[in-house]
Write a protein that binds this ligand. Structure first.
Ligand code: 13P
Ligand code: 13P
Ligand code: MG
Ligand code: MG
Length: 369
């Protein structure tokens, strides 16, 4: 039986600033998914998580990716959540619902989605990664290293299924007329792939396939909200589903690169560089509207039914990484908004800084040399 995993997420309002959805808001989402999705037979199973101020709905079903009924279920549940956010006076009520009415698919409407359809293996482990205060390029470094670098993925040397490598599909997220994608194979095209992935605000991993079996290993949400809204309305706060073990890297190999606490764009007003902190499920946002956080739920699925989740960053090793992330973040925060501390100019183009630059440009005078 082919199963589809759909992870659809949105920020529709939060308590105390951009920190965490209220319990009533998230419960309204759960109630809608339960009553209109599970009870009506549309879904086999589901789970709802929060990370920072974002709600993540993970659904299993048999309708394939981009299914209008599944996407409408998620959209309508975010509409229910927005109603509670308005009732409670939460900050940013309906923030990520950028269109007035649902039309077929959440892509291009604000909420982000990551979906995979696959034939279940006898044991089907996967990881749901959820982020807040950052953008989808956050996954470029860890997925490249987890799938293509033997320093993190010893299976590339030791496991015959992985020695033939992987095919990466990369999206040019700045191209808005259509989905502009390129497929590159590792190890053969690893350097070309690195040339693109080193620019995570422009080129983003969308999916990865195992060359050994042709099975899809992962799916990453690629939505850039500033391209939909034409201005900064909030950060994308992406989601990814990554299958693990056998023909794919082990769960530990996929997590390993995240111990770098690499610098990503996000944090306060989505406009700073900050070290990505791996946090426990349900973590909130605090210092400088950040730091950018990632959470990870490890799950097995069988006949579409999901086990309870394992909180993959709830382990003493990650306390050390969290401290390191705080130190790295503080190191760059010490220089505030100067130079590299702020996001690249192409990100700031969607903020009020452009108006100031235009105004100031008129005041410049040309002096003869
Ligand atoms: P187990 O022997 O615990 O299954 O682990 C195998 C493995 O390859 C882990 O990376
Ligand atoms: P969110 O995208 O998580 O709502 O954050 C917005 C922001 O600007 C925080 O400073
Ligand atoms: Mg918010
Ligand atoms: Mg958010």
């Amino acid at each position: 039986m082919k199963i589809t995993l759909s992870a659809i997420k949105a920020d529709v309002g939060s308590v105390g600033g951009h920190n965490r959805p209220s319990k009533r808001l998230t419960q309204a989402i759960i109630d809608h998914v339960e009553n209109e999705g599970k009870k009506k037979g549309l879904l086999i199973d589901y789970k709802v998580f929060t990370t920072g101020d974002d709600n993540f709905i993970l659904m299993s079903h048999t309708r394939g990716v981009d299914n209008p009924d599944i996407h409408k279920l998620a959209w309508d549940s975010f509409v229910q959540g927005t109603a509670i956010a308005k009732e409670q006076g939460l900050y940013g009520a309906g923030q990520d619902l950028l269109k007035d009415a649902f039309s077929g698919n959440v892509r291009g409407m604000g909420p982000s989605s990551a979906e995979i359809e696959f034939e279940e293996r006898p044991s089907e482990p996967f990881i749901l990664f959820m982020c807040d205060k950052t953008d989808p390029g956050v996954f470029n470094l860890p997925l490249f290293r987890g799938f293509a670098d033997p320093f993190h993925n010893a299976g590339l040397l030791l496991a015959p299924e992985m020695q033939v490598g992987f095919e990466f599909t990369i999206m040019d997220v700045n191209y808005t007329e259509a989905d502009k994608v390129i497929k590159l194979n590792v190890p053969a095209e690893a350097y070309d792939l690195a040339v693109l992935l080193r620019d995570p605000e422009h080129y983003v991993i969308e999916s990865i396939k195992a060359n050994s079996t042709g099975d899809q290993a992962c799916s990453v949400s690629t939505s850039r909200l500033h391209n939909i809204a034409g201005k900064y309305t909030g950060k994308d706060d992406p989601v990814a589903i990554v299958r693990s073990q056998k023909q794919f890297p082990s769960t530990g190999e996929i997590l390993s690169p995240l111990a770098a606490a690499h610098y990503v764009v996000g944090d306060n007003r989505g406009s700073h560089n900050v070290a990505l902190m791996p946090c426990k499920l349900g973590s909130i946002i605090s210092y400088f509207d950040g730091p950018a956080i990632i959470t990870a739920a490890g799950i097995c699925i069988h006949n579409g039914v999901m086990t309870e989740e394992v909180d993959l960053f709830d382990q003493p090793f990650w306390d050390f990484v969290r401290n390191k992330a705080a130190e790295k973040t503080f190191a760059i925060r010490e220089q505030g908004y100067f130079g590299n501390a702020m996001a690249p100019m192409e990100e700031l183009e969607y903020t009020g800084v452009m108006e100031s630059l235009k105004r100031l440009d008129k005041k410049f005078v040309l002096r003869k040399k």
